[in-house]
Design a protein around this ligand. Structure first.
Ligand code: DGL
Length: 272
């Protein structure tokens, strides 16, 4: 059982920021990553469509006998997690709950900002998760869709990125949140710029680290961890030609990707 892989997926390259943390926390584990590069972005799509896509990807990974599924996409975690959990007989870990938990832990004032894709913000999933943990918390949200192409283009440290960040974050800054959740896989690449704009007294929460800790805790509890001396292998699957994924992905992963395979998903697997 312990020798099976961890499955992890996202709409594209973004989830590699989560994979990076999982590889860092659990270097002994094999991982199978799926990036739905043919259909990215998910952040602008309806919950029904995102849920169907997620179902197809989950089926693909389940056929490869994974022991745990990481939903490394905030948009999917926001709209499709309950459906995936109902359907799959293995543990399913999203990124929202871990990020919310961390934000509640570190916030002193209880005034917490959340930024994400339009789909994530519209779902109110972070607000609900934070308020479940601290009913007195005040949660302010803002969709920042342009951060996604900026991060993919590598424009994280120029005038365009600065102006975009200043425009999106103005109200959150004025409302004096003391914690800001980076509620999208791409935003850790803009962490420096977002931190500059918000000011050094605002704590930035990146769900990826907390998600990796959650994965380690669940596998530990279920006695599904591989021995620490092992060295994990990592495979990558995408739904469009791999070239763009490889180019942008190395930056998101902070290292070199291994073999990337292009595959076709079975659309009949989308029902969840
Ligand atoms: N991975 C998505 C998320 O974390 C961002 C990219 C997209 O919109 O698909 O919400």
């Amino acid at each position: 059982m312990a020798w099976r892989s961890i499955g992890i997926f996202d709409s594209g390259v973004g989830g590699l920021t989560v994979l990076r943390e999982v590889m860092h926390t659990l270097p002994q584990e094999d991982t199978l990553y799926f990036g739905d590069t043919a259909r990215v972005p998910y952040g602008t799509k309806s919950p029904e469509t995102v849920t169907r896509y997620a179902g197809e990807i989950a089926s693909f990974l389940m056929k490869r006998d994974i022991k745990l599924l990481v939903v490394a996409c905030n948009t999917v975690s926001a709209v499709a997690l309950p459906a995936l959990k109902r359907r799959l007989a293995i543990p399913v870990v999203g990124v929202i709950e871990p990020g919310a938990r961390r934000a509640v832990e570190v916030s002193r004032s209880g005034k917490i900002g959340v930024i994400g894709t339009a789909g994530t913000i519209r779902s109110s999933a972070y607000t609900r998760a934070i308020k479940r943990l601290n009913p007195d918390a005040e949660v302010l949200t803002r969709a920042c869709p342009l951060f996604v192409p900026l991060a993919e283009e590598g424009w994280t440290d120029n005038q365009v990125a600065r102006l975009t960040a200043e425009t999106y974050l103005r109200e959150l800054k004025e409302s004096a949140v003391d914690t800001l959740v980076l509620g999208c896989t791409h935003y850790p690449l803009l962490k420096q710029m977002i931190g500059d704009v918000m000011g050094s007294d605002v704590i930035l929460v990146d769900s990826a680290e907390e998600t990796a800790r959650t994965v380690a805790a669940i596998l530990g509890e279920k006695r599904l961890l591989r021995p620490a001396a092992e060295k994990g292998n990592h495979s990558y699957f995408v739904s469009d030609i791999p070239a763009g994924f490889v180019r942008v992905g190395n930056r998101f992963l902070g290292g070199r990707l291994g073999d990337v395979f292009q595959v076709t998903l079975d659309e009949e697997d989308g029902e969840v």
